[in-house]
Every structure is written in structure tokens, then in C-alpha cells.
Write a protein that binds this ligand. Sequence first.
Ligand code: PEP
Ligand code: MN
Length: 337
Amino acid sequence: MIVILKQNPNKNQVEHLKTWLESKNIKIHESVGDSHVILGLVGDTSQLDKDLISALDIVEDVKRVQEPYKKANRKFHDEDTVIKVGNTQIGGGTLTVIAGPCSIEGEEQMISVAKSVKEAGATILRGGAFKPRTSPYSFQGLGSEGIELLKLAKKETGLPIITEIMEISQLPLFDEVDIIQVGTRNMQNFNLLRELGRQNKPVMLKRGMSATYEEWLMSAEYVMASGNENIILCERGVRTFETYTRNTLDLAAIPVLKKLSHFPVIIDPSHATGKSSLVSPLAMAAVAGGADGVMIEVHNNPERAWCDGPQSLNPEAFGKMNKKLIALHEFMKTLDD
Ligand code: PEP
Ligand code: MN
């Protein structure tokens, strides 16, 4: 971190700043220029609040030269993180296809969708039991009963399961869940992230709808800082001026996150677009762009879905899309250098 002091700063305040930094085990390299004094800070600067230092009377500007995330940073963890779940893995060259309904509505619906996505080659089963809905009057999910149905579907199909947690108190219900999902609205629920860091199940962290890459990776850092290194990142579209699609899918996230971090990257074209007709083309683009997999909402009867029907594929459309994804993934491997 570099701190540029204002011209003729108050000497007492400069000394005060230096003493404070040294008390935090930061070494200071001072360079005195014609007009400004620059302090180069060496040590664990991730503990320093850049905005706090910038706000001091004597400070002109503060610049970070290194990212504030450490454990999530590719620079300090060169190997790709590969996450094993059930008989499959996420990352390491495997194409992960997570599929299932937006929300679990009942036994017949859940089991029927589970069987059809398994048949079509999905590797992980999804289903929402706790639903973060914009309106308090909308269906909020079946809760613990939904988790029981998802577990039943796991038994029937052998597929590992993923479902969203909304608060810490729900954690005991997730014992047999293979991957815990943190949704876009909770990406910065730091208490929840810390608690998920204290348990050892993989966590799929969806991008906050207006989060920068750095904010997203800092959230991953929260989970890692309390001990859990099994993190999957999921891009699900961000808010832009465009209203035609529900969100705007940021495919640049794939190469950027691969460069900045070591986590597997999953793309969710269902929530990104809100339109079933756009799901297959964007899933293809994701695989071509180097994603480790996709997450797709599938419903046995999308017109009747209790949640997110317009973006859900029926089993037939999912099957068609998945065939293309698998073929494309195989083809992409032949291009690898
Ligand atoms: C979901 O995947 O069920 C979901 C609610 O997604 P998001 O958090 O991305 O809106
Ligand atoms: Mn949904």
C-alpha cells in the first residue's frame, strides 16, 4: 500500500500515523520528493482500512498495490481448487451440470425432475427449499420439508444435492446436503459466511447482483478465513441498465476469476437472463469461455412452476441442451494447449 501525503503536512500528525502503522507491524519506507512525501507500507496491509487512511487530513491519496484478498488469491495459491462431491468433482477439467427446479414444490415434482435431469446427464441436483423472494407474499419455499424431499431425490437418483441457505439457524438441516449455496442477496452476509467457514461442506457463493469481482472474492475470503477452503463461485448476472433480460450475464467473470483466484467457476444462465430461450445459447457460451460448469433451472411443467417458470427449461429442452454442452466441452478439450 502506498500513502501519498499532502504538501507540508502537520508533522505531529505524520508521526502519529507512522507510530500507529508500526504498532500494526507495518514497515514504512519513506521517500521524500520535491512536493510530496510518499510512504510505502510493507507487511500485512489487508488489515488496514484504505478509506480510513484516505480520510486523514494529512493524506492526499492511498493506493493498494496488492489485492486485499490473500487466501482467495491465485498469487498465493497457484493450484486450481478441485472440489469432490459424491462420485463427481467440480473443477479440474470436469464439466459440472447442476440442474433442478427453482423451488421444491412437492414429492412428485421433485422426484420427476430429479429423474429426468439425471437421465439427461446432470451431475448435481438443485432445488430451493428456502427461497429469498422479493415479495413477502410470494411462495417462500417448503423449508425443512423441501430439504427432506431433496434428500429423497438424492436417494432415488444418487446425485449429490445443492440448496440455498438463508440464515445460520438453518445449518443443522443441511447435514446431508452436499453443497451449500449462498444466494446473490446474501453474498455479503458476513456472519453467515464466517459460520459457513467453520463447517467443512463446499460452499457455492453466487455473485451479489451489484458486486465487483473484488467484493465477491473478499466474501470468499471470509469463508476461507474461518477455515473452509472449498468454495465454488457462481456468476448469475449483474444489474445493468438493460431491462430485456432479468440481469446481464458477465461472461468476462470466467477468465477474470480464473486469473485472480483458484476457484471453480459456474455460470447460471437461468437467473442471468430470466428467459428460457436464452439459457442454452448462454450455457454454450459459458462452456466455450472456460467455465467449469453451469447451473440450470429445470421444471417438469414450467408454465405451472411456483417460482421462475419463465426461465425454466422443461426436461426435453434440458436434455437437448446438455447433449450440446457435453459435445462442446469435449471439443474444447481438443483445443487445449
Ligand atoms: C437460486 O439459485 O435459486 C437463486 C435464488 O439464485 P440467485 O441467488 O442468484 O438469485
Ligand atoms: Mn430461481
